[in-house]
Ligand binder design. Structure first.
Ligand code: UD1
Ligand code: MG
Length: 459
């Protein structure tokens, strides 16, 4: 029979040091809220249910915690903040439903690797009653120290309560504790608050369990996995670690990056093999890039589907709803939004293509603008296959340019152009031989008159 486990995710913190108007677990890393990283990690480690301990912004935190996985998340409120032991007991009714394992996680520590959770679960299977994920701290200040004897964990001593000898220990509590579901409520209820902070320390569970003859062990995990977020500076550090991991994973899967440190990925960025990314590229949420596409430098991309072998940028902006077919090209200083661009079509310079369909093989000249908005509504521009739009044209939507049609440069197209037609919609040129010379003379004469004239300020 498979084991059942309940993740109790603590997210009721005040987070005063974030100086934010919203809960800190709603702040994002890789464009995904911290809390969603945690619940997704729990889900992929196979937990059966999540009890989410909430304080402020409960509804938004719960919604974020539910996204991207199928595990049931039930919010429970911790009205007073009396410590981690007290916070876990807010989930008492759910714990009482009966699970083999209870796993306590922090909602503000998003880098946890599901493999570490599985390693802790494996210790439970081997018979440990309490399993603590620990790490070797570069600077242990502030952390609970893990005190071990003969391969077993005998106590967790909070920094404030530790003796000089205990403070010298650098093996620390990362905060993730897995324990027996059968013993959970009785162990949690035995935790008191007779300590320097007057808080119910979850960490006391170790000594309480030992006193009952239960077995406790510590499992070591990388320090990075345990990073928690208390300040904006820590949020940025966590982002750095997350980005480094995401870039590494992308490169392992066959993506090339000239300068990985300048490429920003989102949690859901999908990059095919042989995609090549130049420096300074930003991927917002919802981007998928097909094999062999090239993303030139300084491109800003979100909500976009980029086909195989397409070329983007440099300095391209792809906004949500962009769908570029294979081998299409979007060049410098182009903005594309809510537009489907056919295979091999080219939008190479200085264009805005929004609310549009561009057929395969079409060429959109420099400076083409789809005038999609009339101040109240958005309208569609349709361009057929193998059409040619001359430079500096405005296509006033709703409008259709047919297959193989040709639009002369500088046109303002307000009516449909049939297949294979040539449309020129601009003032006809007037050319007057010799007039340039006469014009120059006239201007010079006016200038001279101004200089010599009485009472002139000569500006
Ligand atoms: C806790 C551990 C410490 C460990 C450290 C790792 C205890 C007593 N100490 O200390 O051993 O080294 O984490 O980072 O557990 N929270 C609530 N409600 C509460 C109290 C806390 O939801 O009433 C949440 C916080 O928002 C936070 C987490 O629990 O996400 C940990 O609380 P925090 O106050 O940061 O604990 P530490 O003192 O850092
Ligand atoms: Mg903390």
């Amino acid at each position: 029979m498979t084991r059942t486990s309940l993740a109790v995710v603590l997210a009721a913190g005040e987070a005063t040091r974030m100086k934010s108007s919203r809960s800190k677990v709603l702040h994002s890393v890789g464009n995904l809220p911290l809390i969603a990283h945690v619940t997704r990690a729990a889900a992929s480690a196979g937990v059966s249910k999540v009890a989410l301990v909430i304080g402020r912004d409960g509804e938004a935190v719960t919604e974020a915690a539910r996204s991207g996985h199928n595990v049931v998340v039930t919010p429970v409120e911790q009205t007073e903040r009396k410590g981690t032991g007290h916070a876990v007991l807010a989930a008492r009714d759910i714990i009482a439903e009966g699970f083999d394992d209870i796993v306590v996680l922090y909602g503000d520590a998003p880098l946890i690797d599901p493999a570490s959770l599985s390693a802790a679960a494996a210790e439970r299977v081997r018979g440990a009653d309490v399993v603590v994920l620990g790490f070797q701290a570069a600077d242990p200040t502030g952390y609970g120290r893990l005190i071990e004897q003969d391969g077993e964990l005998v106590a967790i001593r909070e920094h404030k309560e530790a003796s000089a000898e205990e403070l010298a220990i650098d093996f620390c509590n990362g905060g993730i504790i897995t324990f027996s579901g059968a013993q959970a409520i009785s162990l949690l209820e035995a935790i008191g608050n007779d300590n320097l902070k007057g808080e119910y320390y979850l960490t006391d569970i170790v000594e309480i369990a030992r006193a009952r003859g239960l077995r406790c062990v510590a499992v070591k995990a990388p320090e990075e996995d345990m990073m928690g977020c208390n300040t904006r500076a820590e949020l940025a550090e966590i982002e750095q670690v997350w980005q480094a991991r995401a870039r590494h994973a992308a490169m392992v899967s066959g993506v090339s990056m000239v300068d990985p440190s300048s490429v920003f990925l989102s949690h859901d960025t999908e990059l095919g093999h042989d995609v090549m990314i130049e420096p300074n590229v930003w991927f917002g949420p919802g981007v998928r890039v097909g094999p062999g596409a090239v993303i030139h430098g300084f491109s800003h991309i979100e909500g976009a589907e980029i086909g195989a072998g397409a070329q983007i940028g440099p300095f391209a902006r792809l906004r949500p709803g962009t769908d570029l077919a294979e081998k299409s090209k979007v060049g410098n200083f182009c903005e594309i939004k809510q537009a489907k661009v056919g295979a091999g079509a080219k939008i190479n310079h200085l264009s805005y293509v929004g609310d549009a369909i561009v057929g395969p093989g079409s060429n959109i000249g420099a400076g083409t603008i789809t005038c999609n908005y009339d101040g109240q509504n958005k309208h569609l521009t349709e361009i057929g296959a193998n059409a040619f739009i001359g430079s500096n044209s405005s296509l006033v939507a709703p409008v259709r340019v047919g297959d193989g049609a040709y639009v002369g440069s500088g046109s303002v197209v307000t009516a449909d152009v049939p297949d294979d037609a040539l449309a020129i919609a601009r003032a006809p040129q007037q050319t007057k031989p010799g007039r340039a010379h006469r014009l120059r003379e006239k201007i010079a004469a006016i200038k001279a008159l101004r200089k010599s004239g009485p009472g002139e300020s000569g500006q």
